[in-house]
Design a protein around this ligand. Sequence first.
Ligand code: FES
Length: 155
Amino acid sequence: MTQSVSSLSNTPATRRGFIQFLLGFSVISTVIGMLTPVIAYLLPKNANANAGVPVDVGKVETFQPNTGTIVSVNDKPVIVVQSKAGGLKAFSAICTHLGCVVSWDARKSSIQCPCHDGFFNPVTGAVMSGPPPKPLTQYEVVVKEGKVLIGKVLG
Ligand code: FES
């Protein structure tokens, strides 16, 4: 008899404890759910871990005179230009206007953006005409043992 009374008196306490446990669990889950994306945003990314390390983009013979070839450097498009005036040059292939990928215009011997007819100088990456507000970002080009290596950003 004593035991049944004590078990009856424990029932509300157990229910209350369970509800408190659920509330505590949901508060902790909510705080973790809110903090996780904030912490992920603040932590440094590894995406540019290889930035600046020279990337082999092929043999020097593959880049013929008066051509511009799109290659991938650290998952970003880069145009490697072989021009008479400037030799081998490399620029970001992402247009500074609205981000289209540029291409080589052999007729005009220059880098062209097909989206809004922007043109860039193949030696400096400067804007020649069209709406792009800034020149293309230039990369260091090194020829080593017959291979073309794209290095760090020059400016
Ligand atoms: S996106 Fe290149 S000119 Fe507009």
